[in-house]
Design a protein around this ligand. Structure first.
Ligand code: TNX
Length: 517
């Protein structure tokens, strides 16, 4: 798809038409409060400055990031300079002075004829405001090619605040490896929608994808040639690559959540190291997509040496506060073995300074309240997750029949699986995380995450096709207040994203449920 720098005017005013002005409330995720003032539009020009909070390196970094987004298409120099006064001219990013409702991740954005001012209490809030500003400019601003046209921001005020602190996406590097370049592209795409966590599924039966120095063959063999589904998804992240990805993500206010799945989903490790098997014999490598057959040897001390080595090295290279230990589909392990294993491993995560996440089966061991069960079920109720919430655990919501981006949209979708059902855009959007599970209400929810499993996905084009447009739906559930929740409004706003994705060369699914422009 080529970049869209101009296009025919349409009935709605034509988001790519020359001179078009976007609507202040046509943003995803929906802002908490918008007050339009159509006499107060601001026009970017060749002399526009990006002025950032005097003395704040963080505000300056957000300003540089915004300039990097706006320069290619506008062709304007957009120098980033310290804001010596709060006189509104150009684009100004300020720490402080925002409406009290913005909290930590939120922002206030004011557009008058002389400029745009974003105010927040943190760099994260400024970054989120900058993402809104991007969407308020014509779609062509997302193109890497310059277009000569007017760049107008609609006048008025937005006061915005996130509903949940954790908005997540997950990529499965194990079934097919995805390269650092692909992961960076995904970080760019998700962060536009204020998704602030990227969970990386780094190990599974078909492959091991993160360098661990104390067990070096995990990557060279477990992630080496012939690994991945059908043997065509080899590869792994070196420690240096992983660290660089964390830094890239952090610059976009995205926290990486690394996952090592255990005690099940461990065939790659157990086919690489014979001593990780109870009988001391290495299992054969597997490249099929069956689940639930593998398990680390729960009764063997060496298992805990291995797990501690992995957790120690992974924690040391991870700046974020979380470490995910999997725990799903441990069907080759008895309930008692599962408990024995988790009772040993959960405290290890804390010992290396991290907060443990686990798939929701972990709730069955009544883990400490710091542990976050990630709900991936499809049922109407879950007694052990509700009991964990009652004890004080926060829950991450990823119900598979709503949030799994690897489910097909409809029967004709060429990629994906369908075990949790078909998920059209409306299915992904039209539910409420706080009423999904009895006993797991608003105050028990850490946030919402959209996992993307890679059994059928190889390229970034495949990833984009499954994520767009459902990822923005999940992003809105995580960010926007339930008062703004409205399918009709959402599908109209989603339609307006299409020319942006075209300009960014994103491969997206043209759902028949959306009135694409
Ligand atoms: C279930 S969801 C799994 C994964 C598969 C996925 C495919 C979960 C915690 N486990 O092992 O990749 O389904 O949709």
């Amino acid at each position: 798809a080529g970049p869209a720098t101009a296009g025919p005017p349409t009935a709605t005013g034509g988001p790519t038409a020359p001179g078009d002005v976007r609507q202040l409330d046509s943003v995803i995720p929906a802002p908490m409060q918008t007050t339009a003032d159509t006499r107060a539009n601001f026009r970017l020009g060749p002399a526009t400055l990006i002025r950032t909070q005097f003395g704040s390196a963080e505000a300056r970094r957000v300003g540089e990031h915004l300039a990097g987004v706006l320069r290619p298409a506008t062709g304007y120099p957009l120098p980033v300079v310290p804001a010596a006064s709060s006189r509104p001219f150009g684009i100004t990013l300020l720490l402080g002075g925002a409406d009290a409702r913005v909290g930590r991740g939120g922002y206030q954005l004011d557009v008058t004829r002389s400029g745009v001012t974003i105010r927040a209490t943190s760099g994260e809030g400024l970054f989120n405001g900058a993402q809104t500003l991007r969407q308020l400019l014509p779609a062509a601003v997302e193109s890497s090619e310059r277009s000569r046209r007017t760049w107008t921001v609609p006048g008025g005020r937005i006061v915005d605040q996130p509903r949940f602190g954790y908005r997540g996406a997950m990529l499965d590097l194990a079934r097919h490896f995805h390269t650092p370049t692909e992961i960076r592209t995904y970080i760019d795409l998700i962060s536009q929608y204020k998704v602030n966590h990227l969970h990386l599924h780094l190990s599974d039966d078909q492959g091991w994808r993160i360098q661990i120095d104390s067990w070096p063959r995990l990557t060279t063999v477990g992630g080496g040639p012939g690994t991945g589904v059908d043997g065509v998804g080899p590869g792994y992240l070196t420690k240096a690559e992983y660290r660089a990805l964390n830094a890239y993500a952090a610059a976009r206010y995205v926290t990486i959540v690394p996952e090592i799945d255990m005690p099940g989903h461990t065939n790659a490790a157990q086919s690489t190291y014979a001593e990780l098997n109870c009988d001391g014999v290495a299992v054969p490598p597997r490249t099929d997509i069956a689940v639930g057959y593998s398990s680390l040897c729960v009764e063997d001390e060496l298992t805990y040496t291995f797990v501690e080595d992995v957790i120690r090295e992974l924690a040391a290279m991870t700046p974020g506060p979380y470490l995910h230990i999997g725990g799903d589909e441990a069907h080759a392990t008895t309930d008692e073995q599962y408990r024995t294993f988790m009772d040993r491993v959960i405290p290890m995560v804390a010992r290396y300074g991290k907060r443990a996440f686990g798939w929701h089966e972990i709730a069955k061991v009544s883990p400490p309240t710091s542990v976050v069960p990630q709900y991936w079920g499809t049922g109407a109720t879950d007694a052990s997750v509700a009991a964990a919430a009652a004890r004080g655990n926060k829950v991450l919501m990823s119900p598979a029949n709503r949030t799994y981006l690897d489910m097909k949209y409809d029967r004709s979708t060429p990629l994906g699986l369908s075990w949790a059902g078909l998920i059209e855009v409306r299915d992904a959007y039209d539910w409420d995380p706080a009423t999904r599970l009895p006993g797991v209400g608003e105050e028990s929810i850490l946030g919402v995450e959209a996992p993307l499993w890679s059994e059928t996905l190889r390229s970034i084009d495949d990833i984009e096709f499954m994520a767009f447009p459902r990822l923005p739906a999940i992003a809105e559930l995580g960010w926007s207040t339930p008062q703004t929740h409205d399918w009709e409004s959402f599908r109209q706003r989603l339609a307006q994203q299409a020319p942006r994705w075209t300009a960014q060369e994103v491969n997206f699914y043209r759902s028949p449920q959306v009135p694409w422009v």
